[in-house]
Design a protein around this ligand. Structure first.
Ligand code: KG4
Ligand code: ZN
Length: 342
């Protein structure tokens, strides 16, 4: 008898509802993955506006759930457990998902599991590439987070090795896009421009000095360096070579992310690296990660873009891992924690 686990995600600007069937032997089948994004509502502000995101979640939650149920061919009464992102993320946005999950769990009389968004990104990969090895490393790169995690057990044992001390990698993409007059979100247009530009400008690599924390990241200095470089060109009345700026910025980001992740894997003797989050869609990051992992004998796993960005399927998958591990469910006083640690 398989168990049906529903996952609800609302930590940022994506309302996601995913449904996973967990078989007795621990294998999982993805039955539905519906996402409603409010990204277009934030575009003119150049970043996610928390209040706008919360309202959009409120409007999208029930229709998204209805679509997920219809895709999967099950009804609410078939659901055996509900998992919901309870942090980290935007407080108001998280609360919409947590409240919905509590209401459904109470009404259906099924267990509720408040889960952490970050291992959710790693769980997404298990939907595409199957179970993880006994230990792996995860590099999570999105607009909201940049983290290096050691994963010994998705449900119970995750250690944070490093994180960004300022901007997330995706946030740096979005801010640099703004400087260059490219649209929000900045990742895709920068990625496209970089492919025709050349890596000809030496931008700084944050936190790579001998005294710097080995596995932490910093992108705010890079973002400022790009802005200063562009301003200096404009002040001299010279044209800005947007494609070359994009290629050089992109190289700096991909270089630091992959160098630190591969170094951590090598230092710790871990043979698998999972890269996930919206920035994992980046062409140069993927190519450089592939090259450096091959050189170091590390297996690289990158889920398809749809599973990399925020979605409910990853929360359903993590919920299924948690159910399979026999973790105690949350109580109905579960609350959202915007700064929930891993
Ligand atoms: O995971 P995600 O959809 O949402 C969260 O931030 O949690 O990630 C969105 C971020 C944005 O900052 C966007 O600019 C970036 O991912 N992104 C990319 C690419 N596609 C999306 N960054 C670099 N290259 C891309 N191809
Ligand atoms: Zn995320």
């Amino acid at each position: 008898m398989s168990k049906i686990v529903m996952g609800i995600e609302s930590s940022c600007d994506e309302t996601g509802v995913g449904i996973v069937a967990l078989a007795d032997d621990g294998t999982m089948e993805l039955l539905a993955d519906e996402v409603a994004s409010s990204v277009e509502l934030h575009a003119r502000f150049g970043g996610v506006v928390p209040e706008v995101a919360s309202r959009a979640h409120l409007e999208a939650m029930v229709p998204t759930m209805r679509r997920a149920l219809s895709d999967s061919g099950i009804t609410l009464s078939d659901v055996d457990a509900i998992a919901v992102t309870c942090g980290p993320g935007l407080a108001g946005a998280l609360l919409v998902g947590v409240s919905a999950a509590k209401a459904y769990a109470a009404a259906l009389d099924v267990p509720l599991y408040g889960v952490n968004h970050l291992p959710g990104h790693v769980a997404a990969d298990t939907l595409e590439h199957g179970p993880l090895p006994s230990s792996c490393l995860a590099l999570l790169v999105s607009g909201g987070h940049t983290q290096l995690l050691r994963v010994d057990d998705l449900a119970t044992k995750i250690t944070e090795l490093g994180f960004t001390i300022d901007d997330a990698a995706g946030e740096a993409y979005d801010k640099v896009a703004r400087v260059l007059g490219l649209p929000y979100p900045g990742g895709p247009p920068i990625d496209r421009a970089a492919q025709v530009g050349s890596d000809s400008i030496a931008f700084p690599r944050g936190l790579t000095g001998p005294r710097d924390a080995k596995y932490d990241f910093s992108f705010s200095g890079l973002k400022t360096a790009v802005a200063r470089w562009v301003e200096a060109r404009e002040a001299n009345g010279e044209p800005v070579p947007v494609d070359d700026v994009c290629a050089s910025f992109q190289e700096a980001v991909a270089d630091v992310l992959t160098a630190k992740a591969v170094r951590a894997a090598t230092d710790l003797g871990i043979g698998t690296l999972v890269v996930s989050g919206g920035v994992a869609a980046n062409s140069r990051l993927k190519a450089l990660a592939r090259q450096r992992c091959d050189e170091a004998g590390i297996t690289l796993r990158v889920p398809r873009p749809r599973l990399c960005t925020d979605n409910g399927a990853m929360i359903a998958a993590l919920g299924a891992h948690v159910v399979a591990a026999g973790v105690q469910p949350s109580t109905l006083d579960l609350s959202a924690d915007p700064a929930l640690p891993v």
